[in-house]
Design a protein. Sequence first.
Length: 152
Amino acid sequence: MGAAVKVLSVKRIFGIACLVASTGAIFGQSREELRRKYSVPLSETFAVRPGMSVTATYAANGTITELFISPRTTGLIKLRETTLSNESIRAVVDELVPESTRGKFLIGGFINATCLPENDCAGTSEDYQNVTIYYNAGRKGGVTYAVVQWKR
């Protein structure tokens, strides 16, 4: 009886130790673990409004090279059917990149490119002295996403 209790206790301790050791794999890696493994991130995503996020991509010196503004999706499958209103996405662009930062307005235009398989590259662009802004036309008149790229 005493040996059976000891074996049961050892098995229980071993099971608890395995559970504790595997919690990192169960819950995923932390931000600190990723930074330790891969260094400073190339981009970060921020929630700028409910249901809207912006991903900032950085140059090696830390300056922003691109902003990607899109609906915030939390599902496993990232459907492009979700759109934002033209007004809401332009308000965020104005907040992130004020007109004074953009420089002189040069030209605006329509982009009617064919991108297979969805044929979803149509949109508008605004070219400024310091940045180019692209608004991807979504279904039903919304905007699927916007990209702001700095000129170097």
